[in-house]
Design a protein around this ligand. Structure first.
Ligand code: DGY
Length: 318
């Protein structure tokens, strides 16, 4: 039986996705920057495959009376009106677990790059000013045996903590709930957010974006951090107040910020954060490896098919 599935048209999904969906569905393509397709088309849509985190509102859901599942490519679902989906009884699938390792690797990559001037060093070493080795130049911050503060010790945060063990780091964490397993397995120590910010040499943000975490790192929180500290954001841009971050970095009150994500994403090309050389910014690559994209594809298409068939999703957030 061929179901009817809505897939965005402006970005081509990872190459294995469309062939998988086509095995059980007809695909209707639509550019999320355009108005929705006509009511005639929407009437037959049974599944939405959300690739690349475009906003999906309750109003959209209402225009698709036959909608039975929203499958999101990715674990973060802050762009989908979850309350609206719940009220309408539409299950929302996402892709937890399969991307934890890749995202934790990138968190650590950003941490190292921010601490040790890897990106600045690369730019410098390619330019005309590199004429002689100077041992006093571009000194960074030590990573091993330092204190790492993880904000959000979920699946990804847990993997970040495991990697920190290899660097002999002391790990503090802050979470809504204490994580007894992580404390027992990894020796991580619970701290209030303020204590964590004040004591950490590195702060890694690994929380989902929601009403509780939006803007959680603002001026007051940044002021608590050490001047030598590095802030790593591999969560969502909205967790950090970018204006406060800019002022903190310009004032030299932080060694560096390393950002996988920003808000908005991308930042306007003339955004002042992009002009600072103690900022590293990459284009939302946390889980961007071939292996993880394949695993995310299988999980999200599996969720889509299960929802279309009226079965339990493999991973369901709503
Ligand atoms: C996620 O899983 O939410 C990441 O941002 C990649 O999509």
């Amino acid at each position: 039986m061929a179901y009817e599935v809505l897939v965005r048209s402006d970005i081509e999904p990872y190459h294995t996705i469309i062939p998988m969906i086509e095995q059980f569905s007809q695909i209707c393509r639509w550019n999320p920057l355009d108005p929705l397709p006509s009511a005639d088309i929407l009437r037959s849509v049974e599944g939405v495959y959300n690739y690349g985190h475009y906003a999906f509102t309750a109003d959209y859901m209402d225009q698709m009376p036959g909608l039975r599942v929203i499958s999101n490519f990715g674990v973060g679902v802050d762009h989908i009106d979850l309350k609206g989906a719940k009220e309408r009884g539409i299950p929302v699938g996402n892709t937890p677990n399969v991307l934890d390792g890749a995202t934790a690797d990138m968190t650590f990559g950003l941490l190292l790059a921010g601490a040790r001037n890897i990106v600045r060093g690369d730019h410098f070493a390619r330019g005309p000013d590199f004429v002689e080795y100077d041992p006093s130049f571009m000194l960074g911050q030590e990573v091993h045996q330092q204190v790492l503060g993880i904000v959000g010790l979920g699946n990804i945060g847990y993997q970040v903590a495991r990697r920190a063990q290899g660097f002999d780091m002391k790990v503090l964490y802050h979470n809504r709930n204490r994580n007894a397993k992580a404390e027992a397995d990894l020796g991580v120590l619970y701290a209030s957010l303020d204590e964590l910010l004040a004591q950490s040499d590195f702060v890694a943000l690994n929380v989902p974006l929601n009403d509780e975490t939006r803007g959680m790192i603002g001026r007051r929180e940044l002021d608590l951090m050490k001047k030598s500290a590095v802030l790593v954001n591999a969560a969502r841009g909205g967790v950090v107040d970018h204006e406060a971050l800019l002022q903190t970095l310009v004032a030299g009150k932080l060694h560096a910020a390393a950002l996988d994500v920003t808000e908005p994403e991308p930042l306007p090309r003339d955004h002042p954060l992009l002009a600072l050389d103690n900022v590293i910014v990459i284009p939302h690559l946390g889980s961007a490896t071939e292996q993880t994209r394949q695993a995310m594809s299988e999980r999200s298409v599996g969720n889509l098919l299960a929802g279309l068939k009226g079965e339990e999703l493999l991973s369901r957030i709503v």
